[in-house]
Design a protein around this ligand. Structure first.
Ligand code: SAM
Length: 197
């Protein structure tokens, strides 16, 4: 599923936006030498290209190393990093993986991620989507309160349905995992998480 992410997922998740500008601003100010891109996807997180730092990719579902990425690592990596970025990926991580993030940071290193504030309704919400190559489909999602996950489906006009789920974490979950976390709300339900070690 993830190797085809850029072809199959709605363009709204892929196109550069407010969070990308935020990442660029922080990186140009702090100039990290090493950056860990967690859940960077098949091409690595585009925003980190040309950031000046060495970018490492941690994404177990991507078998290859994009050419511009310095090194691919796993959750058992021994390296420590000046910066860690999760763009569109924090909600796929288990609590155990979230807890490992602090350990990957050098002292005064920082972590940036985007997420959402409130889960969607428990009944299915549907909307039309468009991919970056202008294919259309119906996107459906609902909150499964028992499992504390969001169930997500993409039904393209042609081709197979993509069904998957991701975790819901509340603000208090995030604050417990990252003490001293700074949170910024944008676009109603979107949040930026910023943590410095
Ligand atoms: C929505 S994509 C985001 C890709 C990229 N960061 C971007 O913004 O274009 C989510 C990514 O999270 C990755 N992912 C899912 N579970 C993960 C895990 N447990 N650890 C690391 N990455 C994971 C997937 O393989 C996928 O590439």
């Amino acid at each position: 599923m993830w190797t085809n992410y850029r072809k199959t997922f709605p363009a709204r998740y892929i196109k550069s936006g407010y969070f990308d500008q935020y990442i660029q601003r922080v990186i140009s100010e702090k100039k990290p030498k090493t950056i860990l891109d967690i859940g960077g996807g098949p091409q690595g997180t585009e925003t980190l290209k040309g950031s000046g730092g060495r970018v490492y990719l941690l994404d177990p579902f991507i078998p290859h190393k994009p050419r511009w990425i310095y090194k691919k690592v796993g959750w058992d990596a021994k390296e420590k990093f000046d910066a860690i970025v999760c763009r569109g990926s924090i909600n796929y991580l288990t609590k155990g993986e979230l807890l490992k993030i602090k350990g990957f940071l050098k002292i005064r290193g920082f972590f940036i991620a985007n997420s959402f504030l409130n889960p969607p309704p428990e009944t299915w919400t549907e909307r039309q989507y468009q991919t970056i190559s202008d294919r259309i489909g119906i996107e459906r999602f609902r909150y499964n309160r028992k499992k504390i996950v969001i169930e997500h489906e993409l039904i393209p006009d042609r081709g197979g349905i993509i069904k998957h789920s991701f975790f819901y974490y509340s603000l208090s979950d995030y604050k417990k995992i990252f003490p001293g976390l700074k949170l910024m709300n944008y676009k109603n339900n979107s949040i930026i998480l910023y943590f410095e070690k």
